[in-house]
Structures are given as C-alpha cells and as structure tokens.
Design a protein around this ligand. Structure first.
Ligand code: SAH
Ligand code: SF4
Ligand code: F3S
Length: 481
C-alpha cells in the first residue's frame, strides 16, 4: 500500500479548472459525497466550510457541480471499489458538461486517497486532485494549483495541525446541519489490528487539545446544537491536560456537560482496552451521557482475537460490559463483528455467537472479513472461503436482528426523552432521536426542533419507534373524523 504521496502530474489537455475573474460569475458549486464512518461525515462538513470560504456553494445535484469531491473509505474492498465505479460515472458527466462548454473538477479525499494516492490519478484520468484526511485544510491551495492546470496529489502527513488551519463553520451552515452534531476530538489509531487499514490511512493517535474542543463545542451550542457526538477512530484513547492535570475522555465529557445549551453527549468509536475507570464512572455520574455504547469486540474466540492483535480476551470484554452495566443499568450495547477472519473455524465462530448471546446487543454491525492490501492478515494462509463467510454472516445477523428487535419491543409502553430533530413524512409528524439512538416518530405538537420531550412509545418498527400521536394513521383518523 502506498502510504505517502506528494507531487503533481501534468494535467491532460482540457483538464484545467474552469475559473475566471473572481466575483464575475455565479458562485461555484461543490457536490460532496461521503462514504465510510462518521469521521468522514465530520471531515466532509469541514471541507465544505473550507470551500465555502473560497466562494463555493454546496449543491445536492451532481450535474450542476463545478467541483465533485468524493470523501472515501478504504475499510473493505467493496468500499474502495465503489469509488472507481463512481469515478466511471463522473467521467461521463464531465464529458457531458464539456459538450455544454462547462468545466468540472474532480477531487478524491479520505482514506482511499491516503492509501492509494497517485495510483488513483493513474487509474482514473478524470481525477484532478487527491487529498488525504490529514491535509484537507490545504484544499483551497490545492484547488488553486488545479486551476493552474496541475494534477495534485497531497497525502503527506502534515506537520501543522489541520484543525488550527481550518475556517470555523458558518453559524447558518451549522444550523442547517441540525441540532445533533459531530465533533472530532481524536484521530488515528496505534492499535494495529491485523485486519485494519485505519492506522495506515489515518496515522497514529492524536488528541485535539481540550481548549480547542471546548471552543468548538461552545460555537456549536451557540448555533443551536443540543446533542454532541464526540468522534475518534479510537475516541476513548483521547487524553489531554487541563490546569496541569491529566484529563481522560471521562473528564472531557464532564467539562462539555457544563456548556450551556448542550444537553446530550455521546462518543464513538471505542476500543475495549481504552475503557478507563474515569470513563466508566462518567456513565454512572453524567445523566447527559446517553445510555448507548458502541464497543466493538470483533470476535468471541480468544485464538482469533489474538491473531487479530486485539490484545484482549473474550472474557475481558464480557467483564468490561458487566462493569459498564453496573455503572449505568439499562445501557444499550452495540458492537462490530468480523466473520471469516483467516483461520476462523466453526468452533471459533460458535464462540462469537456465544459472546453475542451473553451480551445481548441493542444493535450491532457485522462484516465478512475483507483482506486489505498492506495489512498483516491479508497475507495469512487459511483464508476462509467466501461461501463459509456468507453462511456465518447470515447466522450472526439473524441472531443480532432478533436481539435488536427484542430490544425495540422492550421499549413499547415505556416513556422516554426524545430530542426533536426534524419534520416527519406527514405534516403532523416530527422525527427525533431516542436516548438509545433510534429514530422516534412523534407528534409535531409534542415540541419544536431542538426540544427534548417526554413521549410514550406505542409501537416499534424494524428501524424506528413510534410515539403516541406519531402514527401515520393519525392522519387517516383525522380525515375520517
Ligand atoms: N476504530 C474502530 C473501528 C474502525 S473500522 C474500532 O476499533 O472498533 C469499523 C469496523 O469495520 C471495525 O470495527 C471492523 O468490524 C470492520 N472492519 C475493519 N477492517 C475490516 C476488514 N478488513 N474486513 C472486514 N471488516 C473490517
Ligand atoms: Fe482498526 Fe483496530 Fe484501530 Fe479499530 S482499533 S481502527 S479496528 S486498528
Ligand atoms: Fe473508512 Fe477511513 Fe472511516 S477507512 S471507516 S473512512 S477511518
């Protein structure tokens, strides 16, 4: 895997940026498409902010864009391959725009950009710019170079901290994004699980300084944000210092809880080894910390966990979940699982099913192992045949589905606080978020966007809860009456 790339390649004829006298034309439009995890969602927003300060306006319509930016994910083969098929479609769009006398620039950002760098430009001639997750604060400068006819690859790990060089989000833009916001506090990973590309695409673990995080959180709150989700590839490895004392994620959460306007806190994604005592105690002491925790274990077999370099055993994980549940009874657990890691036997897989049964998940994500170039597990023998992976994934997902729907059903008849987020499908409905992260359809009359309202759950669908007054039938009943 190519990890570092920097340089330029001459642009093909006619590939330059269509740029003219600034201010003489309509604002340029950017279409941003995001793949992968929440950290990419946050990065896309920040890239949008950086481009807005260069005069770009965001568009939802790819056909009218002057710049298409793909913020990509490299985690599994399918995710990476999607980008090349998307670039194939964009090539046709570029040709169509050229027929209309309009230009189109194409930028690839994110983890595929970091992992493949120059290869992208060589494989896809439509691409003008490749920019990594650590360098996107240089996007405006890179686009100026594209405007001068260069093809740019900028994926070197920047010495400067990108967060110090990014423009602040415009308050209106934050408002449009809604009352629940992401805030990246930690980046990168030093864990080197043998299946995973993240340590290579995102670099080593770095924590943002508490002051910068608190300042950004205050700005979000002033723009109307009520719920904050702290993000990091290994968010619970976050550490900082305040008043000369070491601060862990638990301490940071306490400080964020003091910001006026912020009423709910979450964080994701965590590694079991970094679940410190201060963080577990925060689940006990901070009501604002929502009772939902995504804590991936990947496998229930000690043999496979060792081969994955997870550096914990299945029992360590089970004991940890127990401690978290003691701290916060009723907390909803979520996780990630990989089936068909090299060498996984039926007995190993049975251990995974056992862990799932013991924990009882409110939701969980499960994947077939995908060998990633440059990671140690990709070179292991004993790769598991595709049909075995498919069959195991089906069994695991059936178990997880049953647990998830059992959890949803257990909420029917209960009362809970819901953060109202947006309008629903029908005029009498709003959609909000439960403490356990599920969407809740509720009556619009229950409260305005940004309010936290107490509702009674009357029904559970596969992906959403319905609160009294939020049923679609309420419309029909009203019409009949
Ligand atoms: N930092 C997080 C997860 C990052 S990736 C953590 O440590 O939990 C999100 C999930 O993708 C992982 O939890 C894992 O389940 C899955 N994943 C990562 N690499 C994979 C691979 N090569 N094949 C299949 N799934 C993978
Ligand atoms: Fe990947 Fe493991 Fe790091 Fe998570 S902890 S990002 S799975 S290497
Ligand atoms: Fe994908 Fe990169 Fe996130 S590989 S999961 S976008 S950190």
């Amino acid at each position: 895997m190519t990890l570092r790339n920097e340089g330029t390649i001459p642009a093909p004829a006619g590939g330059g940026m269509q740029d003219g006298a600034p201010g003489a034309r309509e604002p340029k439009k950017v279409f941003i498409k995001t793949y992968g995890c929440q950290m990419n969602v946050y990065d896309s927003q920040r890239m949008g902010d950086a481009l807005a300060s260069e005069g770009f306006r965001a568009t939802e319509r790819q056909e009218e864009a002057d710049l298409i930016l793909l913020n990509t994910c490299h985690i599994r083969e399918k995710a990476a391959e999607k980008i090349y098929s998307e670039l194939g479609r964009i090539r046709l769009l570029k040709a169509e725009r050229a027929r209309q006398g309009k230009g189109l620039n194409v930028a690839v950002a994110g983890c595929v950009a970091q992992a493949e760098g120059r290869e992208i430009i060589e494989r896809a001639s439509v691409v003008d710019l490749v920019i990594g997750p650590q360098t996107y604060h240089r996007l405006p400068e890179a686009l100026r170079r594209v405007g001068r006819g260069e093809r740019v690859v900028d994926t070197d790990y920047a010495v400067e901290n990108k967060f110090d060089h990014l423009p602040k989000a415009d308050r209106q833009a934050t408002r449009r994004r809604g009352v629940a916001a992401f805030l990246t506090v930690q980046e990168g990973c030093d864990k080197f699980c043998t299946f995973c590309v993240v340590p290579y695409t995102r670099g080593s673990e770095v924590s943002r300084a508490p002051d910068a995080i608190l300042a950004e959180a205050r700005e979000l709150a002033e723009a109307g944000v009520v719920e904050l989700t702290l993000l990091g590839q290994n968010v619970n490895a976050w550490e900082g210092e305040a008043e000369g004392r070491h601060l862990g994620l638990g301490g940071l959460l306490h400080r964020l809880a003091g910001i006026s306007g912020i009423r709910r806190l979450r964080y994701t994604t965590s590694h079991p080894r970094d679940m410190g005592d201060d963080l577990i105690a925060a689940h006990r002491d901070l009501d604002m910390l929502m009772p939902y925790l995504h804590l991936p274990v990947q496998s229930g077999s000690d043999r496979i966990l060792k081969a994955m370099n997870r550096r914990h055993k299945a029992d360590d994980y089970l004991r940890l979940v127990e401690r978290i549940r003691q701290a916060r009874p009723g907390i909803a657990m979520s996780g990630d699982f990989i089936v068909g890691f090299p060498g996984e036997t039926e007995a190993d897989f049975a251990d995974t099913l056992r862990v799932v049964s013991e924990v009882g998940y409110a939701s969980a994500f499960s994947f077939k192992y995908s060998p990633r170039p440059g990671t140690p597990a990709a070179d292991l023998g004993e790769q598991v045949p595709e049909e075995v992976k498919t069959e195991r994934l089906d069994r695991l997902q059936a178990l997880i589905r049953a647990q998830a729907s059992g959890f949803m059903d257990s909420l029917v008849g209960t009362e809970m606080d819901v953060l109202v987020e947006k309008d629903g499908r029908y005029p009498h409905q709003s959609v909000g978020r439960s403490p356990y992260l599920q969407p809740v359809v509720l009556a619009k009359s229950a409260g305005a966007v940004g309010d936290i309202v107490r509702v009674s759950i009357s029904r559970a669908g596969p992906n959403a809860l319905i609160a009294a007054g939020g049923e679609p039938e309420a419309v029909a009943l009203k019409t009949v009456a």
